[in-house]
Design a protein around this ligand. Structure first.
Ligand code: G3I
Length: 366
């Protein structure tokens, strides 16, 4: 068997010709199954419409993923439209039921985040507010899904160096209510309500050599060292992975960051992988842009797969047709950043992920 070194493998598979629409008979081994060969999972963000039995593309989410992540339905503002109102679990329950029918594991995303809040939550600022609104929300959601969610993003995007707060923390309503301690308190509440779930801190903009990303890595590590040192039940760190071809990747910097996470005894997940490439497409053909996006994802995933702490990779959607990136700005309207194209056909990124999962030599011990 020809064993390609990693770089030639990435080069080779990024140039693979596109396959046509995949029939069930011709469908290759799913990414979830390939990832499982090294003890890992592959998954995607899904909506309750994506995974409804009558969904247009549920077969693809079923065939490719071993893990699903609700893209928005589990967020506080999606469950509770207005502060104090009764939660509406119908969309989230639908995803849980679909996952059970199709044997998928579910990652919960996310209990505490400064976006997608109930109306009125932006003004919360006291410990009493936390006790009255936030603590019951965390306990209710993690308790309701204690047997359905194997892993939670408990707190999302806690770090923001530009906010000028102590310890590079982001100034959010949660920070206003309890200061830095809101993170530990959220993890303790989640652990009490769902003792079997693995609990993650999740954040973004951590992969590249730019100084502003180095400051974010510093903030994340400082927070995690504090949590682990205090015996807070934090089990893993989620690196969102919204990549960007305009930024500078330094393998050594990224490896050192992963090593620091490993030294803390944490497992690691790439939780929201996609690639922003349209703004500097520079006249390239769509095929060339897709190969470039595949190479960008491959750079990062290949290094992450060298870490035995890496438990899985989740893309933020499967098809560019549904990508949040395309809604960000007009110059992103045809971004090519996911493993399947607008017609749900595999792109070079799918081939790159498949090849990397299949050739991983560093299993995650399960
Ligand atoms: O259509 C629904 C409506 O039926 C529902 O009642 C309402 C409830 O709030 O939501 C409506 O849909 C929108 C949903 O996307 C589907 O398009 C929501 O308004 C909108 O807020 C939601 O945006 C999501 C966003 O997070 C906020 O939750 C995006 O889909 C999702 O891709 C994005 O994902 C975030 C991660 O959670 C964190 N990392 C960054 C990432 C991208 O912003």
């Amino acid at each position: 068997m020809l064993l390609l070194d990693r770089r030639s493998l990435l080069t080779a598979c990024a140039g693979l010709p596109l396959a046509g629409p995949l029939s069930a008979a011709a469908r290759p081994v799913g990414l979830g199954e390939l990832a499982a060969r090294s003890g890992r999972y592959f998954g995607s963000a899904v909506t309750h419409l994506d995974v409804a039995d009558a969904g247009d593309h549920v077969r693809l989410f079923d065939a490719e993923c071993s893990v699903w992540v609700p893209a928005w339905e589990m967020k506080w503002g999606a469950l509770v439209a207005k502060l104090g109102a009764a939660p509406d679990y119908r969309a989230t329950d639908a995803i849980v039921a679909a996952a059970a029918r199709r044997g998928k594991r579910l990652r919960g995303h996310t209990l505490v985040w400064h976006e997608h809040l109930p109306a009125g939550a932006e003004g919360l600022s006291s410990q009493a507010d936390w006790q009255r609104f936030v603590a019951p929300h965390i306990a209710a959601v993690t308790g309701r899904y204690r047997d359905a969610i194997f892993e939670w993003d408990v707190v999302n995007e806690a770090i923001e160096p530009y906010d000028g707060a102590a310890n590079l923390m982001r100034r959010t309503p949660f920070y206003a209510m309890l200061g830095l301690d809101y993170v530990a308190e959220a993890f303790r509440l989640a652990a009490d309500a769902a003792p079997a779930a693995r609990l993650y801190l999740n954040d973004d903009h951590l992969y590249y050599a730019e100084d502003w990303q180095e400051r974010r890595r510093t903030g994340v590590l400082r927070l995690l060292e504090r949590l682990v040192g205090a015996g807070v039940p934090v089990h893993g760190f989620g690196m969102q992975g919204h990549l960007d071809t305009r930024l500078r990747f330094d393998e050594g910097i990224f490896r050192r960051f992963l090593a620091r996470l490993e030294d803390l005894g944490l497992t690691i997940a790439i939780t929201e992988l996609d690639v922003t490439e349209a703004p500097d497409a520079g006249g390239r053909s769509v095929a060339a842009r897709r190969r470039r996006a595949a190479a960008e994802a491959g750079k990062i995933v290949s290094v992450a797969l060298d870490s035995p702490a890496l438990t899985g990779v989740v893309t933020w959607g499967l098809s560019d047709a549904d990508s949040w990136l395309r809604r960000r700005s007009p110059d992103m309207a045809d971004n090519q950043g996911l493993p399947f194209d607008d017609a749900y056909r595999p792109t070079p990124m799918r081939d790159t992920l498949a090849s990397l999962f299949a050739s991983s030599r560093t299993p995650h011990p399960t």
